[in-house]
Design a protein around this ligand. Structure first.
Ligand SMILES: [Zn+2]
Length: 370
């Protein structure tokens, strides 16, 4: 395990390669972003919008996926307010929403004055899929990630909407498997870091039938092409900065977590709309030796808001915190006994990254200041 010498990402993250300087993909992306002609990229977006407007779509011009978080709100604002498109916001409804999440999404819909479609998945199916994904992959949110993308794209076919506007390409923005260059088209979003090559059909059984997983299955590219659906990343056309988006939507009614950052977090507005995702993120710590505090502080290093040494202190202080806030909800939702949870966690612990000293698990390679 080696850490980037410019930020703190470890090379255990899938897709990360450190170059001769010891810099990671995320740091290389931050340099690329500084050199892009963003005005030219914005003009490219304007011409896409002009094409969409010229179609005189009967109902909606564009779909924006939203969770109630800062980025979706920002994206929908650009498309609805700045470009004046008729926007349909689409949400994959969380099964255990937080009060902040419900309030933020209501405030967003009011602020933007748009229609909002909520996809709520059958409880028994999502529960069974999540349970299987946790026990077999150590990644409880895997099937939901499929649905986050596929459900939105299926909606564009159902409602005949010609444009889908996603946020950032996470593998480019955060350094991941397909991160070499920014691409405008998101049509292959189902091949991205969160989904990879598995199929939801691998998890079918007596409790989950093929007809239960419509919203989990990405349509064939040919079908999308025939329907004339364009799928784009706004992050290709506009210099993406999650914190700037937070500051923008905060003025319009978005509220961070009132009780302060969740355990292991250093900001109070990351994934605060639901209660089941945080354990999924924490499992990265077991598998790869990093999680929220590294993600959040590296983002601020890339955007010149934090030095590496400051980030090292924050990460070393926070990374051993366990996401205790919604742990009981997590166990209850998946009908898991606490023992079963911990034995599953141990099954996925990466022994190349972790070692046991005096009965305590420790990361072998300590993150230190340079
Ligand atoms: Zn880096």
């Amino acid at each position: 395990m080696r850490y980037c010498t410019n930020c703190c990402l470890p090379d255990t993250k899938p897709g990360i390669t450190l170059d001769d300087r010891g810099w990671c993909n995320g740091c290389r992306t931050s340099l690329i972003k500084k050199e892009v002609d963003w005005d030219a990229r914005w003009r490219d977006l304007e011409s896409i919008v002009d094409q969409i407007k010229a179609k005189n779509n009967p109902f909606y011009d564009c779909i924006v996926p939203v969770s109630g978080g800062k980025d979706g709100w920002y994206q929908a604002n650009v498309m609805a307010k700045e470009f004046g498109l008729k926007v349909l916001c689409v949400t994959l409804a969380p099964h255990l929403p937080t009060t902040e999440g419900i309030n933020n999404i209501n405030a967003m819909i009011k602020d933007l004055n748009v229609d909002h479609l909520k996809i709520t998945l059958k409880n028994s199916v999502i529960k069974n899929l999540r349970r299987k994904c946790f026990l077999e992959l150590g990644e409880p949110n895997w099937a939901e990630h499929c649905c986050m993308f596929a459900g939105v794209v299926q909606s564009s076919l159902i409602y005949d909407v010609p444009l889908i506007v996603w946020g950032e390409d996470i593998s480019f923005e955060f350094g991941g498997i397909q991160s070499k260059e920014s691409k405008p088209s998101a049509i292959e979003i189902d091949q991205g870091d969160l989904i990879k090559s598995r199929s939801v059909l691998d998890f079918l059984g007596d409790d989950v039938l093929e007809r239960d997983v419509f919203f989990y299955q990405y349509p064939e590219y040919e079908k999308l092409k025939k329907a004339g659906i364009q799928s784009i990343y706004l992050g290709h056309f506009h210099k993406w900065d999650g914190r700037a988006h937070y500051n923008f939507v905060k003025e319009r009614g978005f509220k961070g977590r009132e009780a302060g950052p969740l355990s292991g977090n250093y900001i109070n507005y990351d994934n605060i709309d639901e209660k089941l995702c945080e354990i999924n993120i924490w499992l990265k710590y077991i598998k790869f030796g990093f999680w929220r505090p590294t993600d959040q502080t590296c983002y601020d290093i890339w955007n010149d808001r934090l030095t590496r040494n400051e980030a090292v202190d924050i990460i070393n202080k926070l990374q051993n915190e366990f996401p205790k806030e919604n742990f009981q909800d997590f166990l209850n939702f998946h009908s898991l006994a606490e023992e079963e949870f911990w034995s599953t966690v141990e099954k996925f612990r990466n022994k190349n990254v972790w070692e046991q000293i005096d009965g305590q698990w420790k990361i072998k390679t300590e993150l230190v200041k340079l």
